[in-house]
Design a protein around this ligand. Structure first.
Ligand code: PRT
Ligand code: ZN
Length: 210
């Protein structure tokens, strides 16, 4: 039996469940249960908050996981990634007030930046030789400039309409992300065999979708 952690409810959930189903694996999903066993493959599915998935896979509580690269890299476990899955594509971007002066990332020197991704952003700024004050907040990052908390933000963007609606302008792409399959690095022989079968099916599903 191999254990796969997926997001319980959110932007990754539906596509994660669909991918497992398209791999020919049957199970009864229920919104109030925390785990399910597949009926025709030795797989147990755990439903977790996405932020908890990298740590649980690193610790071996789950063998496999499906999570956004943004969350995986921010958690500090990029080495767990096996392969991209082609959904939940988005980018982590810097944005400033629409009317603010901005030529380059150097303009953020000594500025206050609100983000939920201090590790990824900190690395990006360091690579660009910029020192800024990062304010880590866990949600509603987009309102930070309008309430005077920060001059800039760094948050996930897909269509861009949330930025627009909050009077913000996207100025830099810091990181590109999509959902990825991750695995614990110390799986036993039996689990490695099951993982191989799963990956084989996932790759076939992706080829068929193209
Ligand atoms: O409860 P839990 O902790 O599990 O979920 P969550 O609320 O932390 O995550 P969730 O479900 O919002 O997102 C899960 C993953 O989906 C993220 O980690 C990304 O990898 C991916 N993803 C893809 C996105 C988006 N697109 C996205 N648009 N995550 C968040 N957003 C947010 C963005 O922050 C903005 O506030 O959606 C808003 C709207 O985006 P626009 O640009 O389309 O307006
Ligand atoms: Zn989350």
């Amino acid at each position: 039996m191999i254990r796969l952690a997926i997001q319980k409810s959110g932007r990754l959930s539906e596509d994660s469940l669909n991918l497992i189903r398209e791999c020919g694996i049957s199970f009864i999903a229920s919104s109030y249960k925390l785990k399910t066993e597949a009926t025709n493959f030795p797989l147990e599915i755990l439903y977790l908050r996405d932020d908890d998935i990298p740590g649980y896979v690193q610790d071996g509580v789950a063998d496999l996981g499906i999570v956004g690269q943004n969350v995986l890299v921010e958690a500090g476990y990029p080495e767990l990634e096996l392969e991209p899955l082609g959904f939940s594509k988005c980018r982590l971007s810097l944005a400033v007030a629409r009317a603010a002066h901005y030529d380059s990332v150097a303009d953020l020197q000594n500025k206050n930046i609100a983000t939920s991704y201090p590790a990824i952003l900190g690395k990006y700024l360091a690579e660009h030789g910029v020192q800024a004050n990062l304010h880590t907040i866990s949600g509603s990052v987009e309102i930070a400039p309008s309430i005077g908390l920060a001059e800039a933000i760094c948050d996930i963007v897909s269509s861009g309409s949330t930025l627009l609606g909050n009077g913000l302008r996207e100025v830099e792409t810091v990181f590109r992300s999509e959902a990825v399959l991750i695995a614990n690095q110390h799986l036993n022989e039996e689990k490695r065999e099951l993982l191989e079968q799963l990956q084989f099916r996932m790759q076939a599903v992706r080829r068929a979708r193209r």
